[in-house]
Design a protein around this ligand. Sequence first.
Ligand code: GTP
Ligand code: MG
Length: 195
Amino acid sequence: MIIKSAELETVCGITSTLPETEMPEIAFAGKSNVGKSSLINGLLNRKSLARTSSQPGKTQTINYYNINHDLYFVDLPGYGYAQVSVEIRAKWGKMVERYLHTSKQLRLVFLLIDIRHEPSENDCIMYDWIVKNGYEPVIIATKLDKIKRSQIQKNLKIIRQKIQPVEGTIIIPFSAQTKQGKEEILQLIEDRIAE
Ligand code: GTP
Ligand code: MG
């Protein structure tokens, strides 16, 4: 897939109504700070279209990026960010759940998991939510550049063991720094949009 244009089109707060889009959507889910916004920038060859931050909880809205006037990348708010109240955390969860439940254009959900750590309970819950809503998430193991090459297979195995994804689930290791994994992800998106 060649990116010809990318712009932030819609930002939805916790209580906003979700837009009824007319183009296919590709969503990016995962805990706070896992690298969702960095992945979106990496795929789009943009340094800072999606705002990133070393402080977790940067993206607290659902952001729709219009890509090539052909599809949307949907940056979902991260979960598991400890510094917010229980109430707000519950609202985020509701918002993400509502999105998964109501979007009519959603074609593919990427679930991002930090390759360095064993997936959390929240990662497992998120995986199950996505499956319950009828999607088979593709897992992206982020921050690949932060581990030694010799650790990669072992860590991917830990992710599989913990998440217990449905058979055939693809896990793509990705680094926003080296862009490793980028072409594979773009190809997957292209294939899914064409279906
Ligand atoms: P929220 O918006 O809070 O949900 O976070 P997010 O998932 O969008 O994470 P974001 O892309 O803002 O990245 C969080 C931090 O991790 C930033 O400091 C990024 O620079 C860093 N980061 C993201 N991806 C990578 C990666 O592949 N390699 C390295 N080394 N750092 C990364
Ligand atoms: Mg973000």
